[in-house]
Unconditional design. Structure first.
Length: 168
């Protein structure tokens, strides 16, 4: 079911043979972009409050077979009165989840540049629901914490648009 902005709030899986709905998962979030599927999990980014432009950026992970939530991770809120942050499409590589957050709803380019952050979630990060994050919890000596890298080199698209066409 769409939120008030027309964004999806549910993840729907279809049976590849019949086209019938295999399962539906209510993400309890405004889903902003495309889903990513890796290693038996569907990952999707968005914002926690589907009823307003506020809320917190969130990534939701759902089991691809059952549709059960494996975990979710929120990135906190901002001190903007008009809109909150949103998590972009997650990218999965080397067992980590990469996503960028951005000020969803802003029409001012400099706010995207100044307030966008890149996050890296690893096996040491604790899911919001306190459940098992699916990791083996072994210490490989690497940095498995969330990385709040500030990528200030992003800006308007080459076509002159501000790149804000698809907000949460």
């Amino acid at each position: 079911m769409p939120d008030y902005n027309g964004n999806a709030t549910e993840i729907i899986a279809l049976d590849a043979t019949t086209g019938d709905v295999a399962w539906t998962h209510d993400a309890e979030a405004s889903l902003s972009r495309d889903a990513t599927v890796a290693d038996g999990t569907v990952y999707v980014g968005g914002r926690t409050d589907p009823e307003t432009d506020l809320g917190e950026a969130v990534v939701v992970a759902v089991d691809v077979v059952s549709g059960d939530r494996e975990w979710s991770y929120t990135f906190g809120s901002w001190n903007f009165d008009e809109y909150g942050p949103c998590a972009n499409t997650p990218v999965i590589a080397d067992g980590k989840v990469f996503t960028a957050t951005y000020p969803s709803g802003s029409t001012i380019d400099h706010q995207y540049v100044q307030n966008a952050d890149l996050f890296v979630l690893g096996s040491g990060d604790v899911p919001d629901d306190g459940g098992d994050d699916g990791s083996d919890d072994s210490d490989d000596g690497g940095d498995d914490g969330a990385d709040d890298g500030d990528d200030s080199n992003s800006g308007p698209d080459d076509d002159g648009s501000d790149g804000n066409e698809d907000d949460c």
